[in-house]
Design a protein around this ligand. Structure first.
Ligand SMILES: [Zn+2]
Length: 338
């Protein structure tokens, strides 16, 4: 089969790869319906996160189960399934409290930009729909695997409630879906920080009430103006840089909450500054598995359409163009058809 492999900075290729096989009896093999490029794929693509050897890419997936190992009980061939980028047993104490992305037996799922994928811990990781969903829902269902699940966790960790005033830092796909999540959770006001016209428009479609284009001190001043001078109840940090983290911290009101889901790169926090900021800080790799049943229901009932973040669709063979377009911010998120 042909799948995406990253060789080094800005060198991703679609090439012949081994067909994945059942390795452990708890594995499943799924036939990918659609794959996509994640914002976090851009860190190794840009060389910011170096790779040791050619690496199969892709960790967002949904598709039809082809085969299961001998110990798999609840997942069956022929089912349509979605899973998280972290495989989890969903039975250990950490999973029980809803942090499946820190499962005691977690394994990273890798190589989803391909026609077939091996998913470890199939019973714990995969959630099956009762029927095969209609084709037009596939992009939205695919987002639940990571980008939408992560935006949702950002809003959840930031304690978004009906009536909340919310700021979203970051206008990538996760930030935009953070807007959608905050809207779905009943936020009264959603301030999206973006300078990009197409992304501002999508943020508004998803429920943003205000757009702030300023950054740094000016950005903080603008947020204060919009929030009675105190800052927001809930701030979603969806980038992972020092600048974006400080933007989030300084935009939060005393007693407010930050959900941070941008993978931090070079972020350092000052203890004293944090102490006097009086904020709740909660984040990490999203426990997507916790939210999958609820989010699948919202998509199947057509209450949310997170698939709108895909503004570029390419055959898998043109995966390199998908990375390039996202790297150059020509595309918000690229969908790949295997
Ligand atoms: Zn677990």
């Amino acid at each position: 089969m042909r799948g995406a492999v990253l060789y080094g900075p800005r060198d991703v290729r679609c090439e012949e790869r081994d067909v994945p096989k059942i390795i452990k009896p708890t594995d499943a093999i799924i036939r990918i319906s659609s794959a996509c490029v994640c914002g976090s794929d851009l860190w190794p693509y840009r060389g910011i996160q170096p790779i040791a050897q050619p690496t199969p890419m892709g960790h967002e997936y949904c598709g039809i189960v082809e085969e299961v190992g001998g110990a798999v009980k609840s997942i069956r061939p022929g089912q349509f399934v979605i899973g998280s980028f972290f495989a989890s047993d969903n039975t250990c104490p950490t999973c029980h409290i809803g942090y499946q992305s820190s499962c005691q037996h977690r394994e990273l799922v890798q190589g989803a930009q391909a026609p077939l994928l091996r998913v470890p811990l199939a019973d714990g990781t995969l959630v099956a729909t009762s029927e095969i969903p209609s084709e037009d829902l596939i992009p939205s269902l695919l987002t639940l695997s990571d980008v939408m699940g992560t935006g949702w966790f950002a809003a959840n960790a930031a304690n978004v409630k009906p009536g909340s005033i919310v700021v979203v830092v970051g206008d990538g796909a996760v930030g935009l879906l953070g807007v959608l999540s905050a809207k779905q959770m009943g936020a009264a006001r959603i301030i999206a920080m973006s300078r990009h016209p197409a992304r501002q428009k999508l943020a508004k479609d998803f429920g943003a009430t205000d757009i702030v284009t300023e950054r740094g001190d000016d950005g903080v001043a603008r947020i204060k103006e919009l929030t009675k001078g105190i800052g927001a109840d809930s701030v979603l940090e969806c980038v992972g840089t020092q600048e974006s983290m400080m933007q989030a911290i300084r935009s939060t009101r005393p007693g407010g909450y930050i959900g941070y889901v941008g993978v931090p790169h070079g972020v350092e926090l000052n203890g004293e500054q944090l102490f006097f900021a009086h904020i709740h800080l909660h984040g990490g790799p999203a426990p997507v598995r916790r939210f999958l049943p609820e989010l699948i229901k919202l998509v199947l009932n057509r209450k949310i359409s997170p698939g709108k973040v895909f503004d570029l669709t390419l055959p898998l063979d043109q995966v390199a163009e998908g990375y390039r377009a996202m790297d150059e911010r020509r595309a918000i998120k690229a969908l790949l058809r295997p």
